[in-house]
Design a protein around this ligand. Structure first.
Ligand code: ZN
Length: 84
């Protein structure tokens, strides 16, 4: 693929951080080789890369590291009096 299938813009090879939601979990993939459209920003992953991501979220790959992700829902709850 040499041009964006969405807008026809030029594609540039880049390393991206890809976030994939799987159920209630979020998976992050760093240093992912991708083609990024310089016009609309659409990200294109090679078949082998998206395959690797699918396998990883299904638990068939060992993560490099794990991070705890704080989750916030708007609106914020008021702090209990005396807690701070
Ligand atoms: Zn595009």
């Amino acid at each position: 693929m040499t041009s964006c299938a969405v807008c026809g813009g030029a594609l540039e090879p880049r390393q991206i951080t890809h976030t994939q939601a799987w159920g209630e979990r979020l998976y992050r993939f760093e240093q992912v080789p991708a083609l990024v459209c310089i016009q609309c920003g659409e990200v294109w992953l090679a078949a082998e890369v998206s395959q690797w991501i699918d396998q990883a979220v299904e638990g068939n790959a060992t993560p490099t590291r794990r991070e705890e992700v704080p989750v916030f829902i708007y609106p914020p709850k008021a702090r209990a009096a005396g807690a701070g």
